[in-house]
Design a protein around this ligand. Sequence first.
Ligand SMILES: [Zn+2]
Length: 298
Amino acid sequence: MQYNRFLPILILLALGLLAAACGPSAGSPTPTLPPPSATARPPTATATFEPTATATRTPRPTPTPIPPSPTPVVDVYNYVQNCDVIDHLVSTYERQAGLEGLRFSTQLSAEAQARLELPVLVEPSCNVKPDNNPFAVVLHATRGGLVGSIAEFQERNSTSIHYIIDRDGQVYQMVPEELVAFHVTCCTAQFGQVKEDYRQSIGIELVNKLYVNPEGFDGPIYEDFLEAFGYRYWEDYPEAQIASLIVLVEDITARWGISMDQVVGHYQVNDTVDPGPALNLFWQRNGNPPRPPIFPNP
Ligand SMILES: [Zn+2]
């Protein structure tokens, strides 16, 4: 091996560079490393890069903000299209199968669903029209039982409702909130802000027989001393049913920005008596049992 006279110089230079890179030299400030923190390198699943569908998309312009809408949103266009097909089915069996296939996720918020004792069930109705823009909630009583009421709301060219609450508090949704349900007709002077019969409200039915003959009636009774609707004895609303109604009213009014004074009884819209004097959600009960309104109107 031939001796290279530059080799010692190269070795010295290399050692000097190594020292400068690895350690502090006299006169230079001691570099300080940041203390290790929990956030420095989180050992999470995100450490592994997995391409997603959005990762490869080209950025789009910022969309125009849209107002809050109920969640989840139902594909109402498809719903109406499918209903048009179902309404042309002659066979009762095929019609029922078609309605079963229309099932959608309830639109009550997750918070509202968590407050309910029982999970919301969906029983789709095809008695709908597009473009509901509700500013009111209308409360009804079914007059009949749950099963018959659901069947009636599912009949072709019948009435319909967004929600039904059974006497045990079980909530059923029958029509997506963005669609019109046929639960009011237009309009008395008592509720003059509703200018047409559709597209302005969300309807809630409570399973209740309304006025009853106390002879032989074994359900709970409310006695209206004033006979404000022409009858003295009414089937009372159980606490579980009222509890669910409170959840629905609070959730629907919050999501749609509906004021509490626009939550009304059907009797305030049309010439009818439902939901009657036994309901104390908004009205003082002066009969027996007496109860103050749960939501006093402002
Ligand atoms: Zn009604």
